[in-house]
Ligand binder design. Structure first.
Ligand code: HEC
Length: 126
């Protein structure tokens, strides 16, 4: 009986903790390698965006991302609102083409926020 009560209590505590985590305080410093690159991996961006595939935007490396595509840069450091990378994942109707990831569920608000913050912090290779 005792064990059951402790079990229930633990479940509630863990549930509450994960709720707080979802709220998510904005991070002080967003990191390319631990925050941004994993989004490109888990949200299939890297499946479509390699150096060889139109429009030749390579999301598999930091250098590729900063090089941009055939249409020019997609990241303008300190200016998320002018960066196609942010606009393409944040807006239902981006300035060009479709919302990314193409044909898949949009990023979470937290992921969109991370990309926005990372660009506004200078889009560093950190
Ligand atoms: C199923 C394939 C596919 C997936 C997955 C995908 N993309 Fe794309 N992406 C495309 C295609 C095709 C285009 C060109 C047409 C367009 O802009 O809608 C494009 C265009 C873009 C552009 C604009 C490039 C330019 O300069 O015009 C950006 C930025 C971009 N994608 C980012 C992403 C990100 C970030 C993800 C993951 C969250 C992602 N894409 C996932 C196929 C994909």
């Amino acid at each position: 009986m005792r064990i059951l009560q402790i079990g229930i209590l633990l479940t509630i505590v863990v549930g509450l903790l994960s709720l707080f985590q979802c709220e998510g305080n904005p991070k002080l410093q967003v990191s390319y390698s631990t925050d941004i690159d994993p989004i490109f991996s888990t949200k299939d961006c890297k499946l479509c965006h390699t150096a060889n595939v139109n429009p030749h935007l390579d999301l598999t490396t930091y250098e590729g991302l900063m090089r941009g595509s055939d249409n020019g840069p997609v990241v303008i450091p300190y200016e998320a609102d002018n960066s196609l990378l942010f606009l393409k994942v944040a807006l239902e109707t981006p300035p060009t083409g479709a919302r990314m990831p193409f044909g898949r569920a949009p990023l979470s608000q937290t992921q969109i926020r991370l990309i926005e913050d990372w660009i506004n912090q200078g889009a560093k290779n950190n």
